[in-house]
Write a protein that binds this ligand. Structure first.
Ligand code: COA
Length: 195
């Protein structure tokens, strides 16, 4: 298969938008800094048990700018796709989804990472957001497979993946360093049935 199937929008000034009923997803831009640092700061205690250890400057502007530059370059190179989740009711930033570690060649796969504001959990907003990213990954980015890895204690995330059609495929010991500790993970996969 030749990638990409369709030409992906160049991020320089052309904001791609994935529109659902309650959420809109788009790549982050520099002007998101205030909203991003506020929501990530507010959710720090909630999110750190599930994420790689935060850099000490993780909420600072320089860090965010470097992050955006890297994310835009990765997008352009077809190596990763980053999205922010916007609540369509009030235009507020409420979370994020990344398609990381995109492998092309004979693999055509990517790995999902996602988070949402603790206050808004359990309302199906992440399920709706992930469905948009799954469609983007398969229909626009031309991926054949999405991978996801969950801490065995992260029931909420595991149930969400199963609800979206992911299948459990394995168990990886000491797979990702979460908050400073190498942690075992349950592995899930979703295959693009159209490609
Ligand atoms: C994982 C996370 C993104 C889920 O977001 P969410 O808003 O709760 O997701 P949704 O509401 O769209 O879907 C929730 C689904 O999870 C399951 N779920 C909800 N609450 C649950 C709970 N307390 N225990 C177990 N499963 C639960 C259900 O299957 C639910 O589906 P339903 O709507 O049919 O009931 C969110 O909890 C989060 O940001 N967690 C911290 C970061 C994280 O864990 N990221 C993923 C790393 S693998």
């Amino acid at each position: 298969m030749i990638w990409p199937k369709k030409k992906l929008p160049d991020l320089q000034g052309i904001p791609l938008s994935l529109n659902g009923f309650r959420v809109r997803l788009r790549p982050p831009v520099l002007s998101d800094y205030e909203d991003w640092t506020n929501i990530r700061g507010k959710n720090k205690n909630y999110l750190t048990p599930f994420e790689p250890r935060w850099h000490e400057k993780a909420l600072e502007k320089d860090f965010f700018q470097r992050r955006i530059a890297r994310q835009h370059k990765d997008w352009k190179d077809g190596r990763a796709y980053s999205f922010l989740i916007i609540d369509r009711q009030n235009e507020k930033l409420i979370g994020g989804i990344n398609v990381n570690h995109v492998c092309r060649g004979a693999s055509q796969c990517g790995s999902l990472g996602y988070w949402i504001d603790e206050e808004l959990q359990g309302q199906g907003l992440m399920a709706e957001s992930l469905r948009l990213v799954i469609d983007f990954s398969f229909d626009q980015a031309g991926l054949h497979r999405l991978n996801a890895a969950c801490l065995p204690r992260n029931d909420r995330s595991i149930n969400l993946l199963l609800k979206l059609g992911f299948e459990e495929e394995g168990f990886a010991k000491k797979y990702i360093r979460i908050n400073g500790v190498w942690e075992d993970h349950r592995l899930f996969g979703l295959i693009n049935q159209k490609a």
